[in-house]
Design a binder for this molecule. Structure first.
Ligand SMILES: Nc1ncnc2c1ncn2[C@@H]1O[C@H](COP(=O)(O)OP(=O)(O)OP(=O)(O)O)[C@@H](O)[C@H]1O
Length: 571
């Protein structure tokens, strides 16, 4: 997570010329805004002081006033362009960095994240940084510059006491505002929490939108969402009302300070020996007014800063979650030609019975093909994910050629243990992008594409978002290509033949046995008709391994026959 200092350092080091241009345009704007009140004051004094003022002088002063307005109009878009370019460049790079970091988190987190909630937190984290940078460059820095410029102007006019009194009053105002902002923080947190909740409900509801409509269940489905809208509205009202106090403080500050200033000016004029002319009074009043407004804008910036810190804390929480690839792991290991994957006794807890309970050590030889079967909910996917090293808490018990997987770098781990989940997932775009995720095609791929009858899709189509333009069976077949294209030492498929039409089931298994002959092939499958083709079959029930051996040795056992009947019925 980027701290405020890092944001500022990035602006100074990487975007120096943009920063200089932004600051220069801001200074120019501040200086040019001083011109109209000073010129106006001079015009008034010239008109008042001289019975026959030179018309050329007055016309020159008036022209100066108009020219100042024109310069102001020219610099403003330039300043906005430089500012937004600076802020957006920094935020874009930071956002890319954050998302890369989040994608690199542990596998298990991807199951637990509530996507809508998560998206909202990221969005708010990014917006907070954007607002903070804008605040620093457009408010904090200009107010500092204005302090110097206005201070100089008042000293020049000879009224430094007025300037000091205004500044002291501004400091009191900021202190009061600080107390209000501190008191308001819990309301802000509450509204943020409700906003995240709302986003989570919205995502879930829209995700299930098609089914909700099919079941005519809109009122039921919208109930939690509507309740979330209600809670958000309540929290938003409280926050907005508490924000009213800040507005009241601002109005009080501006009216008391400008009123006080005018009071002093009027008394000065009435004294008989005024220390300043009417024109100077107009100029002072105008410059001081904009200075006081800038001080009140500072509080708005402070409110944003406070919000930023809250969003930063939440975002920091996400970024501090454990990474999959930690440093000091072995980037490269000289594995044996035919490796052995071993898993020690371990358990994965869940609802009773245990999701997985491995009582004895297991070994998988690379040349072996292994099927994992059992009824639905037996723990097959849980087991396969442990074997693929996706469960961080079991990586110490998992080893390849006696090297614990926990010691391997992320890349070495994922190159050795390849895993194809049950649910096909794609990126959007061309075949290489969407299916191979940017990888290049190996020589074996064209044969696999032909055998799985995917030629037409691969050559003519682009996979759309959510793969909505291809069928479920096509998606499943396409998803298998990744491991075929880039096999590892052990290749694990979760239900490779699920959703595949019966006509293509045998060619699919033929392909897998052919491509992965002599390499580790481990498949979770309900496809009992093809179990005899595997060297070894592991049968699971209630999270435990109940049988393990060649299918021909297992098939005649009465318990296995019963399980096979159960699996066939579920198919
Ligand atoms: N994230 C989770 N938290 C808690 N329990 C879970 C979780 N995921 C799955 N389970 C439970 O763990 C058990 C094993 O699930 P698993 O997905 O491993 O079964 P499976 O044999 O692959 O089932 P299927 O053949 O239906 O895909 C099931 O009872 C399931 O309800």
């Amino acid at each position: 997570m980027l701290s405020i200092q890092t944001l500022i350092r990035t602006a100074c080091e990487k975007y120096t010329s943009l920063l200089i241009l932004t600051v220069a345009t801001i200074i120019a704007l501040k200086l040019i805004t001083l011109a109209p009140p000073l010129l106006l004051g001079t015009i008034i004094d010239t008109l008042q002081g001289d019975r026959n003022p030179a018309s050329s002088t007055l016309l020159a002063l008036t022209t100066g006033l108009i020219v100042a307005g024109c310069i102001h109009a020219i610099i403003t878009p330039l300043q906005l362009h430089a500012l937004s370019k600076l802020v957006q460049s920094i935020i874009m790079n930071a956002s890319i960095e954050w998302i890369t970091e989040l994608i690199g988190k542990e596998f298990s987190l991807f199951n637990s994240w509530r996507i809508g909630h998560f998206i909202k937190s990221i969005e708010r984290g990014i917006t907070a940084h954007e607002q903070l940078l804008t605040f620093i460059v457009t408010i904090a820095l200009p107010v500092l510059l204005e302090f110097i410029v206005v201070g100089g102007a008042f000293i020049y006019i000879g009224d430094s006491e007025i300037f000091l009194s205004m500044t002291a009053f501004g400091i009191i105002y900021l202190a009061v505002t600080h107390q209000i902002i501190k008191w308001r923080r819990r309301h802000i947190d509450a509204v943020n929490e409700q906003e995240d909740e709302l986003s989570a409900h919205l995502y879930n509801t829209l995700n299930a939108g098609k089914t909700i409509k099919l079941e005519s269940a809109i009122p039921t489905a919208l109930h939690p969402l509507n309740a979330a809208f209600g809670r958000y509205a309540d929290a938003a009202v409280t926050t907005a009302s508490s924000g009213g106090l800040l507005s009241a403080a601002k109005i009080l500050f501006v009216s008391l300070s400008t009123g006080g200033l005018l009071y002093w000016g009027v008394l000065d004029q009435l004294s008989g020996h005024p220390s300043i002319s009417v024109g100077q009074l107009v100029a002072i009043f105008s410059i001081a007014g904009s200075y006081l407004l800038s001080i009140s804008t500072l509080t708005e910036g402070y409110r944003v800063l406070d919000q930023f810190l809250a969003d930063q804390r939440q975002f920091q929480g996400l970024l501090s979650l454990p990474d999959f690839d930690r440093s000091n792991r072995l980037a490269w290991v000289d594995f044996q030609r035919s490796s052995v994957l071993e898993l020690g006794p371990c358990e994965v807890a869940g609802t009773e019975p245990l999701r997985l309970s491995i009582k004895r050590p297991l070994a998988f030889v690379q040349g072996q093909s292994v099927a994992v079967t059992g009824p639905s909910g037996a723990g097959k996917t849980t087991f396969l994910e442990v074997l693929a090293g996706l469960d961080a808490s079991k990586r110490d018990q998992l080893s390849i050629d006696s090297v614990p997987v926990s010691l391997l770098s992320g890349q070495a781990h994922l190159d050795a243990l390849r895993y194809c989940p049950q649910q096909p997932r794609f990126l959007e775009g061309s075949f290489e992008q969407s299916v191979l995720f940017g990888g290049s095609a190996s020589p074996i791929l064209s044969r696999a594409i032909r055998q799985l009858e995917l030629d037409e899709i691969v050559t003519t189509r682009q996979v759309s978002e959510n793969a909505s333009n291809i069928s479920g069976g096509e998606a499943k077949r396409l998803s298998l290509l990744r491991l075929i294209n880039k096999p590892g030492k052990f290749n694990m498929f979760d239900e490779p033949s699920a959703s595949i039409e019966p006509r293509l089931t045998t060619p699919l298994w033929d392909l897998l046995f052919d491509v992965f002959a002599g390499q580790g092939l481990i498949c979770v499958t309900h496809d009992v008709d093809h179990l005899h083709r595997f060297d070894r079959v592991i049968v699971m029930h209630d999270g435990a391994i109940v049988e393990d051996g060649p299918w021909r040795d297992l098939i005649d056992r009465p318990a296995i026959r019963l399980l096979v009947d159960e699996i066939r019925m579920q198919n």
